[in-house]
Design a binder for this molecule. Sequence first.
Ligand code: 4NP
Length: 163
Amino acid sequence: MTSEMTPKKILFVCLGNICRSPAAEGIMRAIVAEKGDEDSWVIDSAGTGRYHIGELPDHRMRIHARRRGLELTHHCRQVTEEDFELFDLIIGMDASNISNLRRIAPSPEAEAKIHAMAEYFSPSARYDYVPDPYYEGAEGFELVLDLLDDGCRNLYNQLAISN
Ligand code: 4NP
């Protein structure tokens, strides 16, 4: 039904690319699969840091995601200037990710692709960013998954009707 449309290309970005952004990628892939809409989307994630390049997501995030039926198989990579050409939307998880992305953006057009994940949260959300769970306990990981599930569903609905 949607295969003739231009794919929507979304890159989720956090600091380490082992907790929040691979979870966002996994959730968005699951939503798109649930709608049978895989051909219309390109979904990826990356980090602004380089601490964990090549690694699978943090084992705690993988465990919490698996409990929700999500297998996170992304391998950590760093954001590149080329990402600003390849993707339509570059979505940072918090204010620090956004300011790092602004520094990397090679042009004003590239910078205009940067958005905050919280722009897609429902009005009832208790947060205006996705908090870093790395030094938190289980609740931190569950909170991230709840916020991302809400934001990704709204993002999907917003973009699915705009094309
Ligand atoms: P993320 O979490 O940005 O959600 O992937 C972090 C993962 C690792 C580190 C910081 C945040 N770190 O400092 O290694």
